[in-house]
Design a protein around this ligand. Sequence first.
Ligand code: AMP
Length: 485
Amino acid sequence: MKQFSDLGLAETVLKAVEAEGYTNPTPIQAQVIPAMLDGRDILGTAQTGTGKTASFVLPLLHKLANGRERPPQKCCGTLILAPTRELAAQIADSVRTYGQFGHTKVAVVVGGVKPGPQIKAMARGVDILVATPGRLMDHMQGGAIRLDHTSTVILDEADQMLDLGFMPAIRKIMSKVPKERQTALLSATMPPPIRKLANDFLTDPAEAEVAPTARPIEKIDQQVMLVDRSAKRRTLIDILSKDDVDRAIVFTRTKRGADKVQRTLSDAGLSAAAIHGNKSQNQRTKTLDGFKSGTVTILVATDIAARGIDVDNVSHVVNFELPNIPESYVHRIGRTARAGKTGIAISLCDGGEREFLRDIEKLVGYSIKSTGNGGANDLPEKQGGRGSNRQPRNNAPKKARPGNRPARNNRSKSKSSGQVQGSGNGQGQKRSEGRASSEGDGDGLARMLGTKPGGNRPSNRGRPGGGSRGRNRNKNAGSRQAQSA
Ligand code: AMP
């Protein structure tokens, strides 16, 4: 097996790799790093968890270590485009971590925060700019950044950017970068529009591909507790008070519900914080940081807010309310059993939610083991139980955004925060940015279920990591989720 030292990386980069405790390059790194060092364009099929970030960040840092002039004012040498704020922040964290023995200047440009600090961070020129497309366009239009000195572009999680409707923005951005450049496109899947993007913007790329990692759903101990609606709070407190709960995410269907559950848990003496679309980006970042660092052990979240959260060691996911969209169930429980770990997913199902449970079991292809026999007296939600503020089933919004599908994973291995996150000026892209940040979910449903698109049954195909190729690109599901947050 190849060692990092065989790859010809600069000393400062090797030192950082060593400090991180990595001994060998991962398969994607073994393929991408030498090709990037050779100056080749890259078309990489790799998902989160494969080490793909380092596969492009290390060669970038190598080039910088070998002496490249800092770009002029309001310019960036390398542009990394990512679908979500969280992913952009994580990539920048990786740049800082792997670049700790060099002098790389990195800035992050994402929506949902003030634009001023971002403008300032770019004013003198940066080596590496990590950006989400919407906010970058704002800054380009406002004259805060130019791309005419950009010589390297990385498009990370391209299929998720497609899912989030960023293709037109990406094309516009790419049209401003000089043709003479190195471009790497990484994507968990290669649907035709991504192939087309690659054909249009890459030149004779080196293709790299790695098998996806394990299907999380198979590592999750799924349980349903049939309870009375009125008993849910007590039951939740009981579950979360047990010793085996290291870190838990509790899902509610509504923002108000999330706040209420958080108060209930806090009143019971548990360490809980809520995260949902009514919280400011700063609050969300703070809450998430607290959850990652362990100062908060229970995160109460709506579906949308939870997308993009990839925190290691989430021992439990609890569905305080079952989602009325079955796909959301799979996304929710995929928050646990990350990074090769196992996890427990407990769903509290009252009498009014039995229909949701049936839909979920139909989607995953088996019945989930259940305990208890409560709920007999609960009204079905559609008869006006507590469900009055939920989305009626099959009531997809009329104007679904193009490409509004359940998106894939981004993850969070962030080691520190503190990116040069600035502010948001232009209004033009605000909407898409906001959505992007909250919708960037991650693991494709089909991968988690081990199905091909349209398939229903978890597959037992042998390869660790199973079938990831296709995803269940259900437009309505995405839109409905967007509404339910
Ligand atoms: P990524 O796919 O970029 O999200 O990386 C997944 C995780 O793998 C991150 O936590 C990295 O720190 C870690 N990682 C990256 N490269 C290596 C390596 N060569 N050896 C061990 N861990 C790695």
